[in-house]
Design a binder for this molecule. Sequence first.
Ligand SMILES: Cc1cc2nc3c(=O)[nH]c(=O)nc-3n(C[C@H](O)[C@H](O)[C@H](O)COP(=O)(O)O)c2cc1C
Length: 428
Amino acid sequence: MSLKNKNILLCITGSISCYKSIDLYRRLKKAGANVKIIVSASAAKFISPYIFESFGEQVFEDDAFKSPLSHIELSKFADIILIAPATYNTINKIASGIADTLITLTAAAAPDKPKLLVPAMNPNMYANKILKENLKRLCAFNFSSVSPATGAAACGDYGEGKFPEIDDIIFEVESAFKEKTLKGKKVLVTAGATREYLDPVRFLSNGSSGKMGISLANAAVQAGAEVTLIALNIGGSYSCDINGIGSMNGINSINGIYVNSRIKIINRTDFAGLKEALLAEFKKTDILFMAAAVSDYSFKEKSPVKIKKNSIIENSDENDKNSVNNTSPPILKIELVQNEDLLKAVSSIKRAGQIVFGFAAETDSIIENGRKKLAEKSLDYIFINDVSKDIIGGEENEGFLINKSGEIKTFKRESKEKLAEKLIEEIG
Ligand SMILES: Cc1cc2nc3c(=O)[nH]c(=O)nc-3n(C[C@H](O)[C@H](O)[C@H](O)COP(=O)(O)O)c2cc1C
């Protein structure tokens, strides 16, 4: 995640979770941001401002009269005002137009700047309708907020109100700088690799990690879209209902890749499951990114029980078996059937205005094969990878984007996150 050269005013108010703002500060710096800090008088009772001073930062304490006009200077400095943690007290004061601390005063002096609240408090306080109404009201005035995490509070009460994961906050800070080019759009992404089972334990698959698809899903959220991800065999640590529909439930990464909690996740395993979910979801979708690595073949027959070693004998080559000098190993003969082309299937039911974005892995005649697939499958876009270049399962990606008019754009090797942002910009 990058916040290079962004000016962030980090305001820390008096919650028991104040100490987490130290980690947040470090992550903001690591992401390249310039950070100035205000510590409220109550927050200064929980953490010493000296912590930030020892990192070389100038810390503003909560006395607007100590250095006159600092609220104006700080409001002008900020590209974003990040109040984390944001107390019940400070949120409600700001919503009521009260400006009696350096933090509330600075927020008042920056009506046009984005302001992000990170509420953190006891679950009953967070459930209080006064707070809920004020958070809603503030949305109309350049404020947004990060949903707190659910769990046991410091006092022992259980519920929503905990300081969220730092990744979630950084994601929202980044989002504040992103153009909402996909606002109101429904985006469907497929990610991961299908598994075609031969028996309950053995399957045919490939090395796709799902990173490209997850990165696209995150980037689409940041561009303002409502996102559904059909996840094929990636992670599995998040909880799902019996239909395989899940959410991140406080866990915000799959295979070490950050996944935003607003993404609706549908888990599927094999080609048949993917097809069923894809065709059902596609009807509700404006833009489909088909980033999953789908098997071209399934087994003609799937054994309900584990195939035993001795079953190989029955399938071995008769001639070889009867031969006196039989030295070759026994052979298990398995038949594969070709799977339907899912991109062709969705393109054939495509409504006017729907966008279908395909991905293709090629090892030779990259552009030629890409063009052919784009035309054959009536795609709006195709991104072609040269998989001979160690891309599958890796951290980075590169390739060519071809659009409907046949224009080609080259994308140099970079992280899948950065590439995903660029591909989202292309269609936005
Ligand atoms: C031990 C203790 C823990 C507190 N934790 C929280 C908290 O997590 N969230 C919150 O909204 N208020 C919390 N408060 C209350 C605030 O500190 C109090 O409302 C204070 O006036 C906030 O001032 P500020 O918003 O200017 O920082 C706590 C108070 C105490 C004494």
